[in-house]
Design a protein around this ligand. Structure first.
Ligand code: FAD
Length: 297
């Protein structure tokens, strides 16, 4: 999930429920059981959830529901404090524009956040900039009637010596993607934190290697794909090292004290799952509204 090494990741950030349970349970199995018991799933409720039209529809829905003006492809390059709020420098150096704002919520990954914070809050910038990221590539293939186990997918431990680190059988995992003609969509992810050699392969070589490794893991030669897609995500998966939550708390406390109308939200701070990111954004927005003297209700 994190494309990282479990012994280098903060338990309390990556698995907060397990970390809570581990404070009283004496074994790992006991802690897992206690965490599961503390959050029981309704019988028959699905393990996974998604949006039928794809996750990008979430962005469009948020835009519509919020009634906000959304500017895409507008990189913020600088952030300056003004007498009344903030000035953002947006766009390329040749075609820069300024945006004046009462408040700023930085919902960008840690590296761009650190660059933007370097002017107004250099110590916070340094704290935020500690977070490192893993890069991954996703190889998706459409396979005509492959023999797949009735699973949503599988994870591959680093010690197996394979390039693939996980695979998802889309057409098994998501009922709405099942096709009457038996065409299966299978996706594999490649790339682990600290070992990016796999990502230097060309798209074609990645697809060939993934196809070969999947056949090996599944113990059956997979049919040749009728279509494929390679998507690269550079620096996309945060590697929350131990102490991450303390660093985030310190960064937020410093901002609250010196710049209450500047807040941080998103996966760089509160966790990687989309529900956590949404909650993180809502909490930060409420703080900013309060700082501006409004009511978050
Ligand atoms: C391959 C992959 C699969 C995943 N699968 C799942 C999953 O199944 N379920 C799940 O819950 N989570 C999943 N995640 C995690 C989840 O998608 C992310 O943690 C989440 O999208 C992070 O949201 P965010 O808003 O914090 O950051 P992002 O989604 O990274 O958004 C940050 C935005 O800031 C923009 N930006 C950066 N710098 C600037 C700048 N200077 N100026 C303006 N804009 C800027 C970026 O372009 C980007 O649009 C997955 C992640 C990856 C990489």
């Amino acid at each position: 999930v994190y494309a990282g090494r479990s012994d280098e990741l903060s338990l309390v950030t990556t698995m907060p429920a397990l970390a809570r349970a581990a404070r009283t349970a004496h074994t790992l199995v006991g802690a897992v059981r206690a965490a599961q018991a503390a959050a029981p799933r309704a019988p028959g409720a699905p393990v996974f959830g998604t949006l039928a039209g794809g996750l990008s529809t979430l962005v469009d829905a948020a835009e519509r529901a919020g009634g906000a003006t959304v500017r895409r492809d507008a990189t913020v390059r600088e952030l300056h404090r003004t007498a009344t709020g903030w000035r953002l420098t947006v766009g390329s150096t040749r075609d820069a524009a300024h945006v004046e704002a009462d408040a700023v919520l930085l919902a960008v990954p840690a590296r761009p956040a650190a660059r933007l914070l370097a002017g107004p809050a250099p110590v916070v910038a340094e704290t935020v900039g500690v977070l490192d990221y893993a890069s991954v590539a996703l190889v998706t293939m459409a396979l005509p009637e492959p023999e797949l186990p009735e699973l949503s997918g599988f994870l591959v431990p680093a010690g197996e010596g394979l390039l693939i680190k996980a695979s998802t059988f889309f057409t098994t995992k998501w009922g709405h993607l099942r096709r009457p003609d038996g065409l299966a969509l299978v996706r594999a992810s490649v790339g682990r934190y600290g070992d990016e050699t796999a990502l230097q392969l060309t798209d074609d070589d990645l697809a060939t290697t993934v196809h070969r490794e999947l056949s090996k893991v599944l113990g059956t030669p997979l049919p040749a794909p009728v279509a494929g897609h390679v998507q690269r995500w550079g620096g996309a998966l945060p590697q929350y090292a131990p102490g991450h939550l303390d660093r985030v708390a310190a960064a937020r406390a410093a901002l609250r004290a010196d710049h209450p109308t500047l807040a941080l939200a998103g996966a760089g701070y509160d966790g990687v799952g989309i529900p956590v990111c949404v909650r993180s954004g809502e909490t930060a927005a409420e703080e900013i509204i309060t700082a501006l003297g409004g009511s978050a209700a």
